[in-house]
Design a protein around this ligand. Structure first.
Ligand code: AMP
Length: 413
């Protein structure tokens, strides 16, 4: 009897790293996980963890890995050593996280030559990410040509935002000629978390309005009405919106030409400034929220101000998205900061009682990996913490596509 094809390998290729997970979709368990980091640098690192019912076993090795193709071959070799390699008959597909899908891709997509070309064409708006994702696709294909490769786009969940939210008020011809509009990002996470929030409330997904605050090193907010993203804070690129670890989020665009005209900075210099040297890092020298809150608690003025700017921006977005949605059922925190930084959550909703937002400090202080409410029972708006799981969402969408199930709107999470 043929083996059931129930496993999905998920690849998340960043500019200098590849994260991966192998999942068995029968019970949605993780069989293996790890990453290759510092690709292209002198000493890259390959980490591989085999996960079984008896626990986790990790192997690590260092050595130079020149590019993404070599990185993926290293991952395949690690999996192979445990009999989980790309040629194993149980593997159903590889799911690839692709950051930018432009306007064309609004759902997980089986990759063929035309899809590859389109991902390549979108590289100018995701120069660090789309080429890396493409390298993952091409290498996986070379290693196992008959295996379905599925692209899951970070922009897909936002692809049907109303035009009023997706358009910038720019001269239309110029915007259209250069495909300038708001695409958003973190869509896989916003989809997973908004669906999990509806579950937590015990209500149908298509009836619940949620503001999702994905606060990681990158951060974005989304307004989700009945399972559809109607507004999100990232725009043409993941620079717009909230204050992030190293990214400025919203600024007056005139800052860019002001710096170019008066500070002898090139477009590239300003790009680096806004994407890598701003945000929390730019304000206080640390981009890790653990450090920022620790220093702020000790009375460090720069860290305190950084936190105030971060929280102020969050509040503005909560207020704006309350107006966009009209009725809000839940505000949900997720990702590294959202899941772990109780003080940030508390500060973000402080003073918003008028919008129906209250946090119970005792519930907020609980540390837990399961979705939970942190608002008092009977609150007008639920405040929730839902750990995101982008890899599981990518695997679910990938598996759903190759099995002909519509997991995108229905989902199983
Ligand atoms: P992510 O991009 O979702 O992995 O989030 C990473 C960020 O989460 C880190 O850079 C930290 O700023 C933040 N983070 C992780 N753990 C904690 C914690 N215990 N307290 C505050 N922030 C945290």
């Amino acid at each position: 009897m043929a083996e059931a094809r129930t496993r999905v390998l998920v690849l998340n290729s960043g500019s200098s790293s590849v994260k991966y997970q192998l999942l068995d979709m029968r019970d949605r368990t993780r069989l293996a996980a790890g990453l290759v980091e510092r690709i292209g640098e002198r000493t890259s690192r390959v980490e591989y963890t085999r996960l079984t019912e008896d626990g986790a076993r990790t192997r690590e090795r260092e050595g130079r890995i020149a590019g993404h193709e070599e990185a993926l071959r290293a991952v395949a070799a690690e999996l192979d050593a445990d009999g989980l390699g790309l040629d194993s008959p149980e593997l159903a597909a590889v799911g690839h996280r692709i950051v930018h899908g432009g306007r064309l891709f609004d759902a997980p997509t089986l990759v063929d030559a035309a899809v590859e070309k389109e991902i390549e064409r979108l590289a100018p708006v995701a120069p660090l990410h789309n080429p890396a994702g493409l390298a993952g696709i091409r290498t996986a294909r070379a290693l196992r040509p008959d295996l379905p490769q599925v692209a899951v786009f970070d922009t897909a969940f936002h692809a049907h935002m109303p035009e009023a939210a997706a358009r910038y008020a720019l001269e239309a011809e110029t915007a259209d000629a250069h495909h300038i509009r708001r695409y958003g990002a973190h869509g896989t996470s916003h989809a997973f978390v908004s669906r999990a929030t509806a579950r937590l409330l015990g209500r149908p997904y298509d009836e619940v309005n949620t503001i999702v605050l994905h606060l990681g090193n990158g951060a974005s907010a989304a307004a989700v009405r009945g399972g559809r993203s109607v507004e999100t804070s990232m725009g043409l690129t993941p620079l717009e919106g909230l204050v992030m670890g190293t990214r400025s989020g919203d600024i007056d665009p005139a800052v860019v030409f002001h710096l170019m005209r008066n500070a002898d900075m090139s477009a590239q210099d300003v790009d680096v400034l806004l994407n890598r040297r701003s945000g929390l890092l730019g304000l206080c020298g640390d981009n890790d929220m653990r450090e920022v809150t620790r220093r702020s608690d000790e009375g460090d003025p720069a860290a305190r101000l950084a936190l105030e700017v971060y929280v102020h921006r969050l509040k503005k977005y909560i207020g704006a998205y309350t107006a966009v949605l009209g009725r809000v059922d839940a505000v949900t925190f997720t990702a590294g900061v959202g899941e772990n930084a109780a003080a940030v959550r508390l500060a973000a909703v402080e003073g918003l009682e008028g919008l129906g937002l209250v946090v119970d400090p005792r519930l907020n202080a609980v540390r837990d990996r399961t979705p939970r409410l942190i608002s008092p029972a009977g609150s007008r708006v639920a405040v929730a913490v839902v750990p995101t799981d982008e890899e599981l969402e990518i695997a679910t969408q990938t598996y759903g596509l190759v099995n002909g199930q519509d997991t995108v709107r229905e989902g199983t999470t």
